[in-house]
Design a protein around this ligand. Structure first.
Ligand SMILES: NC(=O)c1ccc[n+]([C@@H]2O[C@H](COP(=O)([O-])OP(=O)(O)OC[C@H]3O[C@@H](n4cnc5c(N)ncnc54)[C@H](OP(=O)(O)O)[C@@H]3O)[C@@H](O)[C@H]2O)c1
Length: 246
């Protein structure tokens, strides 16, 4: 029995999916869980080696599509590679790739602000823009945005990250409004702190204002939420899931 049907959800046998940020962390966990549920998954990130290792571990139904999401030309090439490798546009798109750079507003480098907006907001828009027309034409498809607790809450040091994540939530909400009733579904999954490499430069365990890594969510916790959303009956749209430690 596949993971999704064991969950009570619709199985994903043969369904095609794209997961950005699949080389590690939450994206890797999402890719693993979609693949276990039967999906054929295209894995997107910069790191060719981890993507190819993961694709090999997932079997013939997975493929690696290395791409720097900050490069518009590379994203266009990745879109074409995905269509070629999956035999068409994907049924499920999970926009997960993201970066997190912190610093007081007057100290945060403009380049860091722009990088977060580019990876966390503009790149997801590019993928939606590329794949949504086929989803609308086929009256089916599911676009999952990995948001953040920071897509609704403001913390010191978070100007660029919050700008990108509030923006990604806004795009999700407009997408949901534009696609309601079309057969295309849209879900925002917004985790609280999750123990991944995203935190490596911030060193939360040495700061009193941040949770210890041991007290954070696991990537698999977020992957279960994504799987839940994409395995609901076609008549059900999970608009938003917000996840935190119990
Ligand atoms: N961890 C948390 O506490 C937390 C909480 C809420 C939301 N989130 C969100 O969850 C998502 C995944 O984060 P994570 O925690 O799993 O972080 P992570 O372990 O650092 O993974 C980030 C992923 O994004 C990819 N990526 C980064 N820059 C890229 C670029 N320019 N082009 C292509 N891919 C790029 C990375 O691959 P390469 O480096 O190989 O390119 C990696 O696969 C992000 O959107 C993040 O904002 C995380």
């Amino acid at each position: 029995m596949s993971a999704s049907s064991a969950n009570g959800g619709i199985p994903l046998d043969g369904v095609t999916a794209v997961v950005t940020g699949a080389s590690r962390g939450i994206g890797e966990a999402v890719a693993r869980s979609l693949s276990t549920a039967g999906a054929r998954v295209a894995l997107v990130a910069r790191g060719r080696e981890p993507l190819e290792r993961l694709a090999a571990a997932l079997g013939a139904s997975a493929c690696a599509v290395p791409c720097d999401l900050r490069d518009a030309g590379a994203v266009n090439a990745a879109v074409q590679a995905i269509i070629a490798k999956l035999g068409g546009p994907p049924r499920i798109l999970v926009n997960d790739a993201g970066i997190f750079r912190v610093g007081p507003l007057h100290e945060l480098a403009t380049e860091d602000f722009e990088a977060m907006v580019s990876v966390n907001l503009v790149a997801p828009f590019r993928f939606i823009h590329a794949f949504l027309p086929a989803m609308l034409a086929g009256k089916a498809g599911h676009i999952v945005t990995i948001g953040s607790v920071a897509d609704r809450s403001a913390w010191p040091g978070n100007s660029g990250y919050a700008a990108s994540k509030y923006g990604a939530r806004a795009v999700h909400e407009v997408l949901r409004a534009e696609t309601k009733g079309t057969g295309v579904r849209a879900t925002l999954v917004s985790p609280n702190a999750t123990d991944t490499a995203l935190w490596d430069d911030v060193a939360p365990d040495s700061r009193t204002n941040l949770p210890n890594r041991a007290d954070m969510l696991r990537p698999e916790d977020v992957a279960r939420a994504v799987l839940f959303a994409v395995t609901q009956p076609e008549t059900v749209n999970v608009d938003e899931l917000r996840i935190s430690r119990a």
